[in-house]
Design a protein around this ligand. Structure first.
Ligand SMILES: [Zn+2]
Ligand SMILES: [Zn+2]
Length: 150
């Protein structure tokens, strides 16, 4: 059985990556930080073991802090500004990959929503999908379990 290769990259193509095999589940976050980083109404990400990514190109990075207080390293293309992934200071092997950077993200639906209390007006969610007003206490653990890095 052959595994499929998933590809992605930034808007200008300077940063590209490949992932072998299937992707972990994705989720959306509607918080103010995610509005800024995505320059849009919400972010869509998936937690993944960073070692699964084969990266071409050198992304730029800046540091901020997650709601947990942990350092969050944010990687982006220095040419076009596309946000690519975040890596946690407390576990560098854990990354959140931005779903919009996939070359073919078709069919990827969020498995939960975070921070719907900050949701942009007019964005309608599937009522069958779990939605948190803020975020669950064990979010780090939850995402690492989904990514297989825990
Ligand atoms: Zn770029
Ligand atoms: Zn957020």
């Amino acid at each position: 059985m052959s595994t499929r290769t998933i590809t992605g990259g930034c808007q200008c193509g300077a940063i590209q990556y490949e992932i072998e095999g299937d992707l972990p589940p994705a989720y959306c976050c509607h918080c103010g930080e995610c509005k800024k980083q995505s320059a849009s109404a919400f972010s869509m990400s998936l937690g993944i073991a960073f070692s699964r990514l084969t990266v071409k190109g050198e992304p730029a990075m800046f540091e901020t802090f997650g709601f947990s207080g942990a350092v969050k390293r944010c990687y982006f293309c220095r040419s076009c500004g596309t946000r690519m992934w975040h890596r946690s200071g407390h576990n560098p092997e854990f990354a959140t990959l931005k779903v919009g950077t996939l070359d073919d993200g078709e069919g990827i639906a969020p498995s939960f929503h975070l921070w719907v209390s900050k949701k942009q007006a007019g964005i309608m969610l599937d009522p069958a999908v779990p939605a948190y007003d803020t975020q669950p206490e064990n979010l780090l653990e939850l995402r690492e379990r989904m990514a297989g890095t825990k």
